[in-house]
Each structure stands twice: as structure tokens, then as C-alpha cells.
Design a protein around this ligand. Structure first.
Ligand code: ADP
Ligand code: MG
Length: 343
């Protein structure tokens, strides 16, 4: 593949290359790329804003993460945060710090992933910043969204007796990461060996490398006339997110180990690695599923929704936050989460 040094284009040339052909499509975007600031119009809606920073070596490892996937995932994790507010993601802003190691083609590859995510979720890329960095790649993405005032769902709304729900399945992205890490060391660059080890494990790899935001669930909840009482996206692991909801809402909870949704590949990988699959489901990060609570009155409405599991109940604060094991024992939930500072 060609390698064009970034100096040959310069900052403005690079921005032009990266943003060529990008035109706003959403009706809330008045002005996108090309001025000192983007101009948005959310009318009578609430504006939602979220940002995430991703540092090479801390949040991603380019030895096994393709740049296109990295771009996609960087956008999706932000879009997921807007979904977790029960909002509609509308715009994205991308800031990059790029070291000399990266060519124009590399950054275009990253952008191809960001563009695919924008198209898939109907989000306009409306601006950013581009600068040189001394070491590695830094990606900071901000996502903007909107929701009607009464539709916004906070972490703080869970009530005693509410039903705790989660989407999709848990622990898969973490198992994917464990597999990638193991093969990075075991295969030491031998692609063929790594490919063999990945056979039959495509799902957990995809969950790690190409996560999706559950915009579909937000739409389905709306159609079903269900407004969750609280919601959060699962980026650091179920335990950690449940504790966030309970703390913000001033309540406790019971979740049942045998209700946790776990995919077959996740269970098989955990067994292969001699790990407890429930622990992986509770503490594995980066699933980007939605965790939410609903009022008991919405029980009949939630049942027909596909890909939603009912995993427990909200309790009084005095009860604490507990996992009920298969044998009926109660274990206090701990936030072992996924912490970039812990390594
Ligand atoms: P300023 O000097 O006002 O910071 P820039 O020259 O950095 O402007 O950017 C020019 C335009 O290109 C702005 O609209 C900015 O939002 C956009 N832009 C800069 N970098 C990126 C990027 N990496 N991705 C998308 N848009 C970008
Ligand atoms: Mg700038």
C-alpha cells in the first residue's frame, strides 16, 4: 500500500482528504465542517453531549486492532452513550493527535471506520481538530444527540420493585479481548497460527473489535410505549454499571446469576481459559449493551421485546446490591470493572 507522509499534505490538506464528500444529512445540522464551529438546531429538544478519549497503549493496541475497526468502535462507544440517555444521536466531532508513525493512508483507514459508523447510525460528522502528537495516536470523539425533555432517561430514576433488564448478552467482548491477547503473545506475529486459533470464535472477536450501540432497542422501547426509569450502557461491566444506577437512584438490587444472558462462544471461551463465566459476564467490559430498569406496570409490554433479558429487581437501599447465585446464596456486587488505570 502507498505511504504518504502527513507532512506532504500538511494539516489542512489532511483535513480536506479526511473530510472530503462529507455533507450533513440530519435536519438538526445547520452547518457542518468548514467554519470555526458547527451550528446545530435541536429546537425544543434537549441537547445531549458526551465525549470519550482513546489513547494508544491504554485503550487500544494496534498490534491486533485494525485501524478501520478502531475508527468504527471509537464512534460507536460515543453513540452508545447517547442511546443510554434514551436519545437520538445526531452529530459527531472527531479530534486526533497523530504521531509520525502514521501515514495519510492509515488515518484514512481510521476515518473509513468512523464514516461507516456515522452512516449506519445516521449521524453527521460536523467537525474536529487535527494535530501532531509526539507519541502514538490519540482519538477524542464527542457525540451530540437530542431527546424530548420527558424522554431523557437518567441513571438516577430507578425505584424499589422496578425490574432490571439488559440487552443482548454479556462478557463476550471481554472473552474476545482475552483471546486476542493470548494470540498476540502465543502467535508472535504468525498470522496463520492466529487465524487457526480464531476459528469458531468469530462472534466474541466481533464483539470486541466491532461493537454496536443498541439504538435498535431505544427505538423498540419507544414503539412499545416503555420509558425506562433509569438506564446506562455497559462499558465497564454489569456489576459496575448496576452500582452506578443504584448509587445514583439511592436504591439496592438483586440480580440472578442464572438469568444473566451469556452466549455459547463466551461460555466456551471462559471454560477454555479456566475462568468463571458468571464473573466474566459481571465484570467483563466493553459489551456496550444497555442496562435499564422499568416499572412493574410495563412487565407485559417488555416480554415481547426480543433480545431483552429480565435479570433482577430493584431493592431498598438497606438491602445493598447483591448477586443471587444458582444455589441461592447472596454475594455483594463489587465494581471490579474495566479500569484503564488498574493495569
Ligand atoms: P480551527 O482553526 O478553527 O480549529 P481547523 O483548521 O482545525 O479550524 O479545522 C477546519 C475545519 O475542519 C473545522 O470545521 C473543523 O471542525 C474541521 N476539522 C478539523 N479536523 C477535523 C477532523 N479530524 N475531522 C473532521 N473535521 C475536522
Ligand atoms: Mg482546529
Amino acid at each position: 500500500m502507498n505511504r504518504t507522509e502527513i507532512q506532504t499534505l500538511g494539516e489542512f490538506g489532511l483535513i480536506d482528504r479526511l473530510t472530503s464528500g462529507i455533507t450533513p444529512k440530519d435536519s438538526t445540522t445547520i452547518k457542518g465542517i468548514g467554519d470555526d464551529a458547527a451550528v446545530l438546531d435541536h429546537k425544543s429538544y434537549r441537547t445531549l453531549v458526551t465525549t470519550d478519549i482513546l489513547l494508544e497503549g491504554v485503550h487500544f493496541n494496534l498490534e491486533y486492532v485494525p485501524l478501520r475497526h478502531l475508527g468504527y468502535k471509537s464512534a460507536v462507544v460515543n453513540i452508545s452513550d447517547i442511546c443510554a440517555m434514551n436519545g437520538r444521536p445526531t452529530q459527531l466531532v472527531v479530534a486526533l493527535g497523530i504521531s509520525k508513525r502514521f501515514s495519510v493512508e492509515d488515518i484514512e483507514e481510521l476515518y473509513s471506520g468512523i464514516r461507516i459508523a456515522c452512516e449506519r447510525y445516521g449521524v453527521d460528522l460536523v467537525g474536529g481538530d487535527t494535530t501532531a502528537s509526539l507519541t502514538g495516536l490519540t482519538i477524542s470523539i464527542t457525540c451530540i444527540g437530542e431527546a424530548k425533555k420527558d424522554d431523557v432517561v437518567y441513571r438516577s430514576g430507578a425505584q424499589v420493585n422496578d425490574i432490571i433488564c439488559c440487552t443482548g448478552n454479556l462478557g463476550a467482548a471481554y472473552m474476545g479481548l482475552q483471546l486476542l491477547e493470548r494470540e498476540r503473545i502465543a502467535s508472535a506475529g504468525d498470522n496463520e497460527q492466529a487465524q487457526k486459533a480464531f476459528e469458531g470464535k468469530e462472534y466474541i472477536l466481533e464483539r470486541q473489535l466491532k461493537p454496536e450501540a443498541r439504538r435498535d432497542i431505544v427505538l423498540k422501547l419507544g414503539e412499545a410505549g416503555i420509558r425506562p426509569t433509569s438506564m446506562i450502557d455497559i462499558s465497564d461491566g454489569l456489576s459496575s454499571e448496576l452500582l452506578h444506577i443504584c448509587k445514583a437512584s439511592g436504591v439496592g438490587c438483586s440480580v440472578y446469576a442464572d438469568k444473566l444472558p451469556i452466549d455459547y462462544e463466551t461460555a466456551a471461551m471462559a471454560e477454555e481459559l479456566n475462568m468463571d463465566v458468571v464473573t466474566c459476564a459481571l465484570n467483563g467490559g466493553e459489551d456496550y449493551e444497555l442496562l435499564f430498569t422499568i416499572s412493574q406496570k410495563d412487565y407485559d409490554k417488555i416480554l415481547p421485546l426480543e433480545d431483552v433479558s429480565l435479570i433482577g429487581y430493584i431493592q431498598k437501599a438497606e438491602y445493598g446490591c447483591n448477586l443471587v447465585t444458582r444455589s441461592g446464596n447472596e454475594i455483594k456486587l463489587k465494581a471490579q470493572g474495566f479500569d484503564a488505570y488498574s493495569e
